[in-house]
Design a binder for this molecule. Structure first.
Ligand code: 13P
Ligand code: SF4
Length: 371
């Protein structure tokens, strides 16, 4: 098994661990400025907390060691209580760690599903347990609601690879050609785009446009994958996902050699030779559905690390072979930061109305296509 961990990832993981440990050591009193009854006064693993969270531990016991639960359970208990008090909903991406995905999330899914869920909720507060662009998308669809992201530094190498000005330059270079942007972009880029796509509906959306050419931004690998699935000419961007671009076809071949009958399923953000070596290509939701419906005996999910844990818990009969490429941005989201969001309203997504109005057009056109 190969594991590639960059310096940035190590820094992020160390920061997160140091923050968590220092809170535990200091008694983990999370102040709730300006909040009266709902504020969290202390985070003890009391017998009451143990009882209230016992069922939740049952959901994740296969991947979370028992000795870690007393640290996590008080946060989980406090989050679930405060969520109800504040009429807040937690929408969590498939890459969240199991204690978030299985124990505090109200709804889980891929980027497309999270955007849809954001249009369906009655909650006053939406907490996006995911990266910044996902929270921006939720805000664009719910300008009147409070949308929070637990860590505002939870970015994305794709979202930071392009600006609105870059889109305007490309439009000038290819007049009249529609701009289709991955949802993994900032609100600024969405506002300059004609359509958004996610990995869950990209091919379908491009085919539905009835045009000969589109500009597809910013992920070069997703764009190449779309090009391989359609007759529409694709003008390809230059960005890449720092997590998926590290997988190699050789790595897939090595896993197959070591595991007879291995089924390989990959995310379209991977390089073309990796996708060529896979048995199935799809968004995180489609990968998860593949396991649920096809019941492979042994599977390798070529995507972010936590996804295998989450899907494995729901499919105990399948053996998971696990490469572990972590997304350092997704891993910034922790129980502690989600609790901080609930107690202190951090970090609220604020966008200009005019920008949101323009970006919403592209996002709503994406939602109109089923995927
Ligand atoms: P999905 O839309 O497939 O969940 O992908 C989001 C993402 O960030 C993948 O890296
Ligand atoms: Fe962005 Fe890649 Fe992380 Fe997804 S996995 S949020 S595309 S950096």
């Amino acid at each position: 098994m190969s594991e590639i961990i960059t310096e940035t990832m190590v820094d992020t993981m160390v920061d997160t661990m140091v923050e968590a440990v220092s809170d535990v050591v200091s008694g983990a009193v999370i102040a709730a400025p300006g909040l009266a009854s709902g504020g969290v006064q202390g985070l003890d693993y009391s017998p009451e907390v143990a009882t209230r969270t016992a069922d939740l531990y049952g959901r994740v016991a296969a991947v979370i060691p028992e000795f870690e639960w007393p640290v996590m359970a008080p946060y989980i208990d406090a989050i679930n209580r405060l969520k109800a008090e504040r009429n807040a909903v937690i929408l969590a991406h498939n890459y969240m760690t199991p204690e978030i995905y299985h124990c505090v999330a109200d709804r889980v899914g891929d980027s497309l599903a999270l955007a849809r869920m954001a249009t369906e909720t009655d909650a006053d507060i939406i907490i996006v347990a995911g990266v910044h662009f996902m929270a921006e998308t939720a805000k664009i669809l719910n300008p009147e609601k409070t949308v929070l992201v637990p860590d505002q530094l939870a970015g994305c190498s794709l979202a930071s690879s392009i600006t609105g000005a870059d889109v305007r330059r490309l439009r000038a270079q290819y007049p009249g050609v529609p701009v289709v942007s991955y949802v993994n972009t900032t609100a600024d880029v969405k506002a300059e785009s004609d359509y958004c796509i996610t990995s869950g509906n990209a091919v379908e959306l491009v085919n539905s446009l009835g045009v000969d050419r589109v500009i597809c931004l910013p992920d070069k690998y997703l764009a190449q994958y779309i090009a391989s699935q359609t007759d529409v000419e694709i003008i390809i961007g230059e960005g890449a996902c720092e997590v998926h671009e590290r997988f190699t076809a050789q790595e897939i071949a090595d896993y197959r050699t070591g595991h007879d009958g291995l089924v390989v399923i990959a995310h379209p953000e991977c390089p073309p030779d990796v996708l060529g070596a896979a048995d199935f290509v799809g968004s995180t939701a489609k990968m998860s559905d593949f396991v649920k419906t096809r019941h492979p005996e042994k599977v390798l999910m070529v995507t972010e690390c936590s996804m295998s844990d989450n899907v494995a818990l729901e499919n105990p009969e399948t053996e998971f072979v696990r490469p572990c490429n972590l997304c350092p941005h997704m891993k910034r989201i922790t129980l502690e930061k989600i609790l901080n969001s609930l107690t202190s309203g951090t970090h609220e997504i604020i966008l200009e109305t005019e920008l949101m109005d323009r970006a919403r057009l592209a996002v709503e056109r994406m939602l109109a296509v089923s995927g």
